[in-house]
Every structure is written in C-alpha cells, then in structure tokens.
Design a protein. Structure first.
Length: 180
C-alpha cells in the first residue's frame, strides 16, 4: 500500500495503479468529420477547470453518440487521471481535441455547417423550445463559476438555458452537458 500511495501521489487507487503515456489529443478538424455515423455532435468546454466535470462530459458525449469534446489550451483543464477515471472508460472512445482559440474554432465549425448553442442560465430560450434535430451541433458549456465567456457567447448562434424547478440556482457543468 505505501508504494501504491507513493506512485499515485496519494490519490484513491483501490489497490491498483497503471502508468500510461501522455494523452494524445485529437485534431479538432477530425471532430467535424461528415463521414462519421449519426448526426454530428460536439461538446465544447469554455474554461472548465474541474477534471471531474471534464470526465463527466466525456462520459455523456459517449452515452449520447457524440463525436468528441473540444477544449481550449489555456484556462482549461486537460485530460488528467481524475478526468480519465470520472469518464468511466469513455475517454478511450471519445476523442478530445484542444484548440488555441475556442472562438475561432467555433467559427470554423459554423463555417462547416454546424449550429453552435451555448448553455447559460440567462439564455434567450429554454432548452425544450429549441428545435435543432436536422443540423450538426456544437453545444458549448461555460466554466463552473463564470459561465460562457463574452466572446464565446457572442459567437454562439443561440444561447439556451435549462429550466429548473425549485430552489436550485444552477447545475454543475458536467450535469448541464448531460441534460442538454
């Protein structure tokens, strides 16, 4: 046990540790592949810093047949052991790409025929009222504390909110991505 604690830097390991090479990020353009089966769906994360949220998003993308996850290189979490673990293995099947500028990447997706929807509690329309089934889609989820950045919000074709009942003020980013 002391050796596993040392190897895992004190993380919960349940008696097992595995050393793997550094994560290989996908090419962002590969997420726009029109030959991929199903309606293209990409989830972009705008400033997510909690690796557990990233892992939960990857798992949701896998569960709903999404084509991948898009992350900015700066001010964002990357693929960590915690993100990998939270994805429950989905990170082995769902490509994750990193981009230098998320706004420009979203504009390239739009030029390629994608509709870009941002999730924000102050959205223009509530999610159930949005009809998008016929177009490739990018869903943008904002950071845990600040939501969508100004430029990303302005780039979105539509900003939607998730209706909530009761006294819950907001959802965590991983749950919001799964609900949408």
């Amino acid at each position: 046990r002391p050796e596993l604690d040392r190897l895992t830097d004190g993380a919960v390991h349940q008696g097992l540790a595995l050393q793997v090479p550094a994560y290989e990020y996908a090419d962002p353009d590969s997420l726009r592949d029109p030959q991929a089966p199903g309606m293209p769906l990409v989830v972009a994360l705008d400033g997510i810093t909690d690796p557990r949220n990233l892992g939960a998003v990857i798992r949701s993308v896998a569960a709903f047949g999404g084509h991948g996850v898009l992350l900015p290189e700066r001010r964002s979490v990357g693929m960590t052991a915690s993100a990998w673990k939270t994805s429950a293995g989905a990170a082995a099947r769902v490509p994750v790409a990193r981009v230098g500028n998320l706004t420009r990447a979203l504009e390239r997706f739009q030029a390629g025929g994608f509709f870009v929807v941002g999730l924000d509690m102050d959205g223009d329309v509530e999610l159930p009222a949005l009809d998008l089934a016929s177009e490739p889609l990018v869903v943008v989820v904002g950071s845990e504390g600040k939501g969508l950045s100004r430029l990303v919000r302005e780039t979105c074709d539509r900003v939607v909110s998730i209706p909530m009942a009761g006294s819950v003020e907001s959802l965590n980013a991983g749950v919001a991505a799964g609900v949408s």
